[in-house]
Design a protein around this ligand. Structure first.
Ligand code: NAD
Length: 500
């Protein structure tokens, strides 16, 4: 059986006393094992990073950008191979796997412009003969810990920007689908990145704790579930690190009475069920405003959901594939039972779904609930599966309140033809990313990604200029070049200097 190894100092390294299974979710079979590293494995990556980082930081930004240009070309050349590898371990369909890679690639494209982003600021003549300027310098060695659901995009959000800024980076990807992160590290190495600047170490909590406790790691970025995000933030900051930790989500789609319902149905099908609902920017809650809107939407939604095709990840006709593993399938089905027990009306039940010829695959059929109430635990918590819950609102005010008061605050969307309602909603809703007639408002790479409340701990977002800020520290220089001060004219000053 294939064994997935760490990638340290530019080459594969096998160093593990324990290993984990890597499944093919479409087949329901183990396809590989991954060695789970320890603090000793991490030390090897740190040693390599320490040796390489000063020269990388001293490499001019344009040369660092050239590595990013080469990396971009290599990702494009290997797109099919990467997508197949990704789909086989994650379960998402090939077109969606390509989207995962493409969204990461767009961050690499942003990194191709890093010289511009690192320019700093300058004030000439801030005082008599005095100029002030600032520069952004890398932090040193940084780390990223990533979830299973975007094994290409999220690692690239982190290591792309961190490396372009002159840092060395240690990536700890999800142990459930670790192959693509390793392949990306191989490709960026081929693109010209010096050995030791990007290492990939595999592992579970033991490795994560080693990262959080390591004195040489200056900053940690995390994406995953909220309880773990909070833990990472607390332990990492207690150890004096800069930490950003993004958590789970429960995004709402508000449907106003004037919305184009045919478009909403199409958007909801993709946003609620695409990738089997395993997206932090999925739309698992729909909020029609008014009972008439709810009835009209439901009438169109049910047949659309019943037509969805669930298939193996390589089926080009499939809308979505399996969930990631057997435990997660069970968890999603338990939530379906819970929502029914809490009083939700189970309109379409996706439990017990099997695919002929792939009976062991971890499939869950599309599921729709109506009349879900805000106090349900199944509404308050993240399900992360192909389950759409309809929560009816009586008014626009209630539709603003529901996502605003929900514990998660990652994304939200409003569907309407009314510009004033959309504008009010965007300004007032207590959520980090808003879509207006856009069901999955993942910002483009040169803007910035980040949720609020239990969806994000820390105060700096991913990628764009926020990413550059996170992965660098600012140094500000105040300079004066005096000319010809005559002997005896040198003056003491005991007050705080001012600019006069
Ligand atoms: P997860 O929290 O189980 O795992 C994420 C990472 O944390 C993995 O690398 C894993 O090895 C590590 N980890 C797991 N348990 C740990 C523990 N006890 N201590 C220390 N580290 C631990 O998340 P997942 O199941 O891989 O991913 C799905 C979750 O990620 C969902 O909640 C989803 O909403 C969230 N997510 C959020 C965003 C976002 O940007 N907000 C994006 C994608 C996914």
């Amino acid at each position: 059986m294939r064994s997935i190894e760490h990638f340290i100092n530019g080459s594969a390294l096998s160093d593990a006393t324990r290993s984990g299974d890597v499944w093919n979710p479409s087949q329901g079979e183990v396809q590989a094992t991954v060695g789970l590293g320890t603090a000793t494995t991490l030390d090897l990556a740190i040693d390599a990073a320490k040796a390489a980082q000063p020269a990388w930081a001293a490499t001019n930004p344009q040369r660092r950008a050239r590595v990013m240009f080469n990396f971009k070309a290599l990702i494009e050349a290997h797109m099919d191979e990467l997508a197949e590898l990704l789909a086989s371990e994650h379960g998402k369909v090939i077109a969606d796997a390509k989207g995962d890679i493409q969204r990461g690639l767009e961050v690499i494209e942003f990194c191709c412009g890093i010289p511009h982003a690192l320019k700093g600021e300058y004030t000439q003549g801030a005082g008599p003969g005095i100029d002030v300027y600032s520069m952004r310098q890398p932090l040193g060695i940084c780390a990223g810990i990533t979830p299973f659901n975007f094994p290409a995009m999220i690692p690239m959000w982190m290591f792309g920007v961190a490396i372009a800024c002159g840092n060395a980076f240690i990536l700890k990807p999800s142990e459930r689908d670790p192959s693509v992160p390793v392949r990306l590290a191989e490709l960026i190495s081929e693109a010209g990145l010096p050995d030791g600047i990007l290492s990939v170490v595999h592992g579970d909590k033991e490795m994560v704790d080693a990262i959080l406790d390591h004195d040489d790691i200056k900053a940690v970025s995390f994406v995953g579930s909220s309880d773990i995000a909070q833990y990472i933030y607390s332990r990492g900051t207690a150890n004096g690190k800069r930490v950003q930790a993004f958590g789970g989500a429960k995004n709402h789609g508000i449907v106003m009475p004037d919305a184009d319902l045919d478009q909403v149905v199409v958007d909801l099908a993709g946003a609620a069920f695409g990738s089997a609902g395993e997206r932090c920017m999925a739309l698992p809650v729909v909020v029609p405003v008014g009972d008439d809107t709810a009835a009209a939407l439901r009438e169109k939604l049910v047949p659309a959901i019943e037509k969805l095709r669930v298939g193996i990840s390589t089926d080009p006709e499939a809308h979505y594939g399996p969930v990631v593993n057997a435990a997660h399938k069970q968890k999603v089905e338990n939530y379906i039972q819970l929502c029914a027990d809490e009083g939700g009306e189970l309109v379409v039940d996706g439990r017990g779904f099997t695919l002929q010829g792939h009976e062991k695959g971890f499939f869950v059929g599309p599921t729709l609930f109506d009349h879900v109430k805000p106090h349900f635990r199944s509404y308050q918590e993240e399900i992360f599966g192909p389950v759409l819950q309809m929560v009816r609102a009586d008014s626009f005010e209630e539709a603003v309140r529901l996502p605003s008061e929900h514990p998660y605050g990652n994304g939200v969307a409003i569907f309407t033809r009314n510009g004033h309602a959309a504008r009010e909603f965007a300004a007032r809703v207590n959520v980090g990313m808003v879509g207006i007639n856009v069901p999955i408002p993942v910002p483009v790479a040169y803007h910035t990604f980040g949720g609020w409340k239990r969806s994000g701990f820390g105060d700096t977002n991913q990628h764009g200029m926020e990413g550059v800020k996170f992965w660098t520290k600012v140094k500000t220089i105040t300079q004066r070049w005096p000319v010809g001060t005559a002997a005896g004219d040198h003056k003491e000053a005991f007050h705080i200097p001012t600019m006069g």
